[in-house]
Design a protein around this ligand. Sequence first.
Ligand SMILES: Nc1ncnc2c1ncn2[C@@H]1O[C@H](COP(=O)(O)OP(=O)(O)OP(=O)(O)O)[C@@H](O)[C@H]1O
Length: 522
Amino acid sequence: MDNNNLEHHNSNPFEDSAASDLPVSDSTAVLTVDRNATLTLGTDALILLDEGLRHKRTASNFGGLLPQLAKTTRAIPFHNILWAAFDDVEVAINYTKPTGRKAGSCRVEQISYAVTDKSLHNHAKRWVEQLLNRAYPSNVMRKKRIKVLINPFGGQGQAQKLWTTQVEPVLVAANCQIDVEQTTYRGHAIEIAKNLDIEAYDVVACASGDGLPHEVFNGLAKHPSPRLALRKIAVFQIPCGSGNAMSLNTTGTASPSLAALELVKAIRAPLDLMAISQGSEVFYSFLSQAVGIVAESDLGTETLRWMGSFRFTWGFLVRLVGKTIYPAEVSMLVDTKDKNEIRNAYRATAEKIEADRLRNVLSESRAEVLSDQEDAQLPPLKYGTVNDDLPAGFSTEDMPNLGNFYVGNMCLMSADLPFFSTSLPSDGRMDLLTIAGDIPSITALRMLTSVEEGTLINHPEVAYQKVLAYRIKPRVAPTAGLISIDGESVPFEPFQAEIVPQLGTILSKYGGYYGFDGRKLK
Ligand SMILES: Nc1ncnc2c1ncn2[C@@H]1O[C@H](COP(=O)(O)OP(=O)(O)OP(=O)(O)O)[C@@H](O)[C@H]1O
């Protein structure tokens, strides 16, 4: 059963239905503790059977004055269990409990029971280890060593508070080793990642928007052993910014506390990065590049921050309906432009990964260390820079009516907007879509609904292709538009991008995909 479903089904933790989960025949799964309680390792959850702890206020016991013994059962999904220990006196279990509307957040709780019967101590020790094995399947790293970077200005200044109240307690309760640093200037995260002791950490977690992960990938790329640094250190976002696409794609949530749980439980996965060449610079993008409507919606709506994530949708709508165009010359090295092929391949991959994920057999498809054949340095650009002659194999198209040029390496670009539904973290390709700017307004409005459903690819007016590289030259004056790379503004000048397969590493709840259900593409 999906852990998520389990969480929802058991939103009332004292639900008796969980009792059917008990594997009564396996005595090693059961630990009897004091107060006549039993703790049992079920299929997906720890089942707690505790008698006589609840004093109910009912008419029959004089409004609670007489204690009423009630048999109670609590199910705690293994996924929510952060840590367990037995110290020869007590078994203590830390876990997260769903809280908030629609369980949109969680908080740390602890249960503890004494085991006074000494003859049970050896069994208690083994039982706790079994519980930890279920809470942390073999593909999930325990006690991660995490470098935490906090952008004090992230999310309109909320990041530090969100970290302290919602995230740190989860990581502490999971016995993670944490080392916290606030960024003090723009670009600070690049410096920190560049100088990171990569043997001392497993993860860099950014309590920020998408800006800090972008800097961390680029900082690791400047490390003395860049390829090893990008391979060994997993980059993670704790959603504390205004744009939290990375977290939405890798954890399925923009709630800092729920993302913290995924930081504890997610598995490592390779991520393709995109090498961007613009002017004399070369840097890496992990998320997206946009020219035209999306860039304007993202970057040109700062004054509408009060709208929250809706400002993006609003900006998009205004520009779509206004039929804004951004003429450009686009050259692409296309892998496939056959939408059927793209959809079918995605569906097959997503189904396989999801099935493995539910059976906990997903594991990182790549060694954590570089092999002898692999170079420790960054791979050279395959297609040169934007200043070189166009390499062979690129097809060039003049797009005088271009409205939207959007390239993605992840599925969701903001909450509920899966622009790139067929995107995969490491398929060695970028998803590139173009839409003319002068389409009828009614078509534009329909497209917006399709974006929300993840079916934008299905529109005949949308060109959707998987590409290995591209170059775009905007044909309007340099002051005429905006270009957004990973949500940050770059000069309105030609640039070139190429995919660098599996260069980076992330922690992801979904492993090799972003959780988008391929059946929705029909
Ligand atoms: N102390 C600081 N002072 C100024 N800028 C900072 C500081 N720390 C980080 N930054 C910069 O803030 C930028 C945005 O960061 P981030 O994405 O984490 O936040 P955000 O709330 O989503 O903001 P935005 O909407 O501006 O992208 C990054 O480019 C980063 O370099």
